[in-house]
Design a protein around this ligand. Sequence first.
Ligand code: IPD
Length: 278
Amino acid sequence: MSVQVSPEELEEYRDFAVEVATKAGEMIKKAFYKTKTVTNKGSGVDPVTETDKAVEKWVIGFIKERYPEHRFIGEETTDLDAPFDFRDDLTWIVDPIDGTNNFVHNVPEVAFSMGLTANKKVIVGVVNLPVLDLMYTSMKGHGSYCNGRKLVTGSVEELKKSIVIYDTSVLRTPWNVDTVLKNVRNIITKTHGLRTYGTAAVHCCKMAEGHAQAFVEYGLYCWDFVAGLLIAQEAGVHVMDPDGGPCDLMGHRILMGCTAKVANELSAMITHHKMHRP
Ligand code: IPD
């Protein structure tokens, strides 16, 4: 049975997500200026810190207390080797620190990201960059905001006049590395330039801000981009799967353009990565 969310409930959930993101942000900011304890996940280039784990643990407890009937998917507590049990029910999808590599290396683009889905679609998205004091918020059908300022994406009509965000990701197989190099060459010779900030959540917010006009990334999990996807979409960004068609939250990849034309031009220009996620 499909889940119904009233306008009042939608607002309540957005306020709750902002409350969680504010508290989580305080934890992250405090830890940012201290020595970090780092371990590595599978690939060796995918670090995790005690702060990732502590924030997620706190968030799970807080959600359970307020909304015991809601479901939860989080980066540090989900089995990455099995397909996720993603249902129509109200589901909070959380990345305690998106940009953990940045966090480890004291780069200030670190984000707490939290999205709420109903019927497998994002209805609330909040991304907090606590070190930079930037709070991005969005509700389905109600626009997106940064620190209360309404966001509208850029209006460039051609990819060749665009700044493109492309993250090389943690996929380091020889084929993928060659593909990255080929794509970087195309982007730097055929567009206005390449940017990369080390966090997919921030990449989506950059699109919403109009700081970049196209974005593509592979090898992601839903928690990296679920909130950012809505923030971008609500600012007028065209969001799709890199191969065309709608973006799949469980598809590990995303492509955006400030217009559909720019998005389609990027999709046609890049070599598409082979995925190595379950
Ligand atoms: C990472 C970031 C990065 C992406 C990696 C993700 P994490 O998330 O989103 O942009 O390229 O694939 O793992 O691990 O810092 O939460």
